[in-house]
Ligand binder design. Sequence first.
Ligand code: ADP
Ligand code: AMP
Length: 220
Amino acid sequence: MGAPHIRIIFLGPPGAGKGTQAARLATYLKVPRISTGDMLRDAIAARTPLGQVAGPLIEKGGLVPDPLLIELITERLSQPDCAGGYLLDGFPRTLTQAEGLEKMAPVASSEFVVFDVEVPREELLRRLSGRRWCPTCQATYHIYNNPPKNDSLCDRDGTLLIQREDDKEIAVARRLAEYDERTLPLIDYYKQRSCFHRVNGYRPVDTVFGELRQILEERR
Ligand code: ADP
Ligand code: AMP
């Protein structure tokens, strides 16, 4: 018998380390990491109709409308690589999206896990202002915490790293406000359920990852 079907979602504010942990966990569990932020940035780069709507909203730090996200995720979860489970990074971000997820791809025997990664606000600002991003492969670095080996170049493909437009100060303020208003209520939505796990993300990457793995092992 193969590994059990697992669905994991990450809650937590921008900069909490969701993408960093999700990437590691996806490799460890051998399931795809589905980042709606990456998918939207791909759509913007490819100038698709979705990208044209999403671009200006993302740049200012706003959220992209729920129906577009629900359609995007419904389509993505129907792909064959999601058959053994998946890890969602950046979705759901609103109550409407969480309700949409419940209706999508219901797998009776699936294990469902919610990680809420918590980090103090001043640390979030430090992480977001120092985040650098590879526009080719979407790898994420930090100028102090996780610098590339070669000055400002992506370790994987040598592309010049850049700062995301939405990691600049004004957009960050808006993203944190959106998080407080629209994503924070998801904690109440999930927290009474046994799938919900709050994790202190204000620790080294390896320590946080170790705790995620331990939680998953203890649930089995
Ligand atoms: P999110 O996906 O939640 O927005 P990221 O995973 O992109 O967050 O992390 C934000 C920034 O903080 C990145 O530059 C990343 O390298 C850095 N980072 C991630 N986790 C940690 C950690 N545990 N300690 C310090 N810096 C971190
Ligand atoms: P992220 O890479 O997760 O930080 O997402 C970057 C931006 O993409 C967000 O600030 C939103 O503008 C948009 N976005 C990503 N996921 C969602 C979502 N689930 N709902 C609405 N907007 C989203």
